[in-house]
Design a protein around this ligand. Structure first.
Ligand code: KIV
Ligand code: NA
Length: 264
C-alpha cells in the first residue's frame, strides 16, 4: 500500500513548496482530492455544507466520525485531519484526549484539528505528548462566532495583532504541527507566518502562508454565495442543475428510459 503523507512531512514543509489542502466529507470526492492534496480536512463545516445547519456549533462527534471514516476509506495518500467539534475538547485536556482518541480510533485519521490559540495550548501539549498530532486553528474561529459577534475578519485594528501573534506562538510552542489562519487581514497572516516555526495554512489569509485550504464545495461552485476569499474554480452547481432538469424533462416526455436503457 502507498504510504500516506505523515505529520512530520507536513511540518517539514515550513517555508518550502506550499502545502495543498482541501476539505472533503465523502469517499468519492476525497478520492479525487487525494491525487493532489497533501492533507485533507474533514472539517466541521460539513454541518453547514452537507447537513443544512446554520453554524458549526451543533455538529456532533459521531457525525465527524462518520464522515471521517468515509474519507479515510476513499483515500490512500493524503494525511487525513478531522475537526474536533464544538463541546468535545474545550472543557479539559483529559476530555479532549478521550474524544480525540475516539476520533482517531474509529476513523483511522492521522491528526485532529481544534480551534483556539493560547487558551488551548495546554490541551495541545497534552494530546501531542500522548500520541495525537494536533493542527491548531486561529484568527476567525467559527465555533466562537457567538462570542465574536459573527464571522468577522480579524486584525482590522492593528492593536488586535498582538493577541493573534501570541496565539500563533502559543500553539507552535505547545506542539501543534501546523496552524490554520482563517479570516485575518493579509499582512497579519504574512507576519505570523514569518514569526513561527510551524507551517501556516491560510484560508482568507495570505499567499505567504505555507499552504492554503478551501472548502471543496465552495471552490466547486456548489454554493450560491461565497465569501470574497473563495475562488470558484468549478461550475458544478449549474452543471448539476442542467443534468437534473434534463432528466426531469425526459422522464415526463418518456424519452428516458430509451431502448439503450431497457432489457429486452
Ligand atoms: O471546517 C472547516 O472546513 C475548516 C476549514 C475552513 C479550515 O475548519
Ligand atoms: Na472547522
Amino acid at each position: 500500500p502507498i504510504r500516506r503523507t505523515t505529520v512530520p512531512q507536513i511540518a517539514s514543509r515550513k517555508g518550502g513548496v506550499p502545502i495543498v489542502s482541501l476539505t472533503s466529507y465523502h469517499a468519492h470526492t476525497a478520492a479525487i482530492v487525494d491525487k493532489y492534496a497533501d492533507f485533507i480536512l474533514v472539517g466541521d463545516s460539513l454541518g453547514m455544507v452537507m447537513h443544512g445547519m446554520d453554524s458549526t456549533i451543533g455538529v456532533p462527534l459521531d457525525l465527524m466520525i462518520m464522515h471521517g471514516k468515509a474519507v479515510v476509506k476513499g483515500t490512500n495518500k493524503a494525511l487525513i485531519v478531522v475537526d474536533m467539534p464544538f463541546g468535545t475538547y474545550e472543557e479539559s485536556p483529559a476530555i479532549a484526549f478521550r474524544n480525540a482518541a475516539q476520533i482517531m480510533k474509529e476513523t483511522g485519521c492521522g491528526a485532529v484539528k481544534l480551534e483556539g490559540g493560547a487558551r488551548m495550548a495546554e490541551t495541545i501539549t497534552f494530546l501531542v505528548e500522548r500520541g495525537i498530532p494536533v493542527m491548531a486553528h486561529i484568527g476567525l474561529t467559527p465555533q466562537s462566532s457567538h462570542v465574536m459577534g459573527g464571522f468577522k475578519t480579524q486584525g482590522r485594528e492593528e492593536e488586535s495583532w498582538a493577541a493573534h501573534e501570541a496565539d500563533a506562538k502559543a500553539v507552535s510552542e505547545a506542539g501543534a504541527f501546523s496552524v490554520v489562519l482563517e479570516g485575518m487581514v493579509e499582512p497579519l497572516a504574512a507576519k505570523i507566518t514569518k514569526q513561527i516555526d510551524i507551517p501556516t495554512i491560510g484560508i482568507g489569509a495570505s499567499s505567504e502562508c505555507d499552504g492554503q485550504i478551501l472548502v471543496l464545495e465552495d471552490m466547486l461552485g456548489l454554493n450560491e454565495w461565497t465569501p470574497k476569499f473563495v475562488k470558484v474554480y468549478g461550475d458544478l452547481g449549474p452543471a448539476i442543475e442542467r443534468a437534473v432538469q434534463q432528466y426531469a424533462d425526459e422522464v415526463k416526455d418518456r424519452s428516458f428510459p430509451s431502448e439503450d436503457e431497457v432489457y429486452r
